[in-house]
Design a protein around this ligand. Structure first.
Ligand SMILES: Cc1cc2nc3c(=O)[nH]c(=O)nc-3n(C[C@H](O)[C@H](O)[C@H](O)COP(=O)(O)OP(=O)(O)OC[C@H]3O[C@@H](n4cnc5c(N)ncnc54)[C@H](O)[C@@H]3O)c2cc1C
Length: 381
């Protein structure tokens, strides 16, 4: 594996640095407090090409490979403090765009991908239900074919981008007798009759990323919006979830790097007992641990993206990257608060928000316990 950048990659990564610094350095305290989704920043990111990093140019993307994509997202996470916006973008990329790229028909790709890339269409993924979370395939929402439509009934919970979505990838049971092989995936557009996207959910972190509950009451979906074949839902979900696990926390590696540099600055500036607190071994040790976590996280992220780019199976790499980065992110944030003392606990210092934003990463895209289950089964336990 060679992770040195070509001139072209370097150019793109430097451009992301500049873009984030110049366009995305807005005040976050009020946006977080009032859970404001920054649509202007969403469009700027799309305009730069972030949403379509992995999508081929034919459909409006930048046609980058996975490693360049995650490195660009890492730079974005370094430069942009709006973790909620980044989470919304990532949900859009990995749970809506990727399934379309790999499983969409030509007509579906032409219809949705250009808008998903230029930001005019907001996407998301609706799998979780009130009674099926980690055991995702035990979902209850049904889809029954009637003529040239499917009729969906049921509800979904915790849908990232749900309240602002133009299209959601919805998983439903088409043949209960077949278990996981009886699930199918549908591209449900926001104006579908019988679809209700209005129920917002307030959360602890990534508050600027809208989340909602979604209800389907005899919701009509044209048969041409079936993604992949009928019954391919669980396979399709597993495939896109693997991408999601491996890559959704790329920006968080950049976030950790920014937090790490903030802590070094603070530890050098803040004096107690006549010396900089960074000279205390227990403070320095925390920053060293941050460094170790970041390097390990980056390595696992790049390794996973490299393997994906070389068309290798990444089940193990993706679960390990997800587990490593999410747990590192939370620990880095806890350490950052501790290093900042009482100031770290105060909203003004913007470290407490980072912790609130980080904690969700141990829950979405499969909890840490589920990642450990996957890793255990893949290493022969
Ligand atoms: C910020 C955020 C964004 C989200 N976005 C989306 C989205 O866009 N679309 C979507 O469909 N869902 C989304 N989710 C939902 C997320 O995927 C689920 O919360 C997650 O899969 C866990 O399901 P659950 O909440 O029902 O918890 P449960 O599955 O009920 O788990 C509860 C606890 O039991 C543990 N547990 C469960 N099963 C096992 C097991 N087999 N072995 C060991 N421990 C186990 C879990 O690890 C957890 O600690 C989001 C969640 C969050 C927090």
């Amino acid at each position: 594996m060679d992770f040195s950048w070509s001139d072209q990659q370097r150019e793109l990564l430097d451009a992301v640095d500049r873009f984030a610094k110049e366009q995305l350095a807005y005040d976050m305290i009020e946006n977080d407090r009032h859970a404001v989704f920054n649509h202007d920043a969403w469009m700027k990111c799309a305009g730069f090409g972030i949403h379509g990093l992995l999508v081929s140019e034919e459909y409006g993307g930048l046609g980058q490979d996975p490693i360049t994509t995650v490195a660009a997202l890492e730079r974005l996470g370094y430069g942009c403090k709006d973790n909620g916006l980044l989470f919304s973008i990532n949900a859009h990329m990995w749970t809506a765009i990727i399934p379309l790229v790999y499983n969409g028909s030509e007509a579906q790709k032409k219809k949705f991908l250009p808008g998903l890339c230029d930001g005019s269409i907001i996407g998301g993924n609706a799998m979780s239900e009130p009674n099926s979370g980690s055991d995702a395939f035990s979902l209850a929402t049904t889809a029954v074919k009637k003529g040239d439509k499917y009729i969906l009934n049921g509800s979904k919970i915790f849908v990232t981008n749900g309240p602002i979505a133009d299209v959601l990838l919805v998983f439903a049971v088409t043949d209960k007798s077949k278990g996981a092989s009886g699930l199918s995936a549908f591209l449900v557009e926001k104006d579908s009759p019988g679809l209700d996207l209005t129920h917002k959910i307030e959360k602890m972190g990534v508050r600027t990323s809208p989340m909602g509950e979604v209800f389907f009451t005899d919701c009509e979906v044209p048969a041409e919006n079936l993604l992949g074949k009928e019954g391919a839902g669980s396979w399709l979900f597993t495939r896109s979830m693997t991408w999601e696990r491996g890559c959704i926390l790329a920006a968080s590696v950049g976030t950790m790097q920014r937090l790490f540099e903030t802590c070094i600055r603070y530890a050098n500036e803040r004096k107690q007992g006549g010396q900089a607190i960074g000279k205390f071994q227990q403070v320095a040790g925390k920053i060293v641990d941050m460094k170790m976590r970041i390097e390990n996280s980056r390595h696992m992220l790049y390794q996973c993206a490299w393997a994906a780019g070389h068309r290798k199976a990444i089940y193990l790499e993706a679960a390990m990257a997800k587990l490593q980065i999410s747990e590192s992110w939370v620990k880095c944030c806890e350490d950052a608060i501790q290093i900042h003392g009482g100031y770290g606990y105060m909203v003004e210092y913007e470290v407490e928000r980072e912790l609130r934003d980080a904690i969700g990463s141990k829950l979405y895209s499969g909890t840490s316990e589920i990642q450990r289950n996957i890793i255990a089964s893949l290493i022969g336990l």
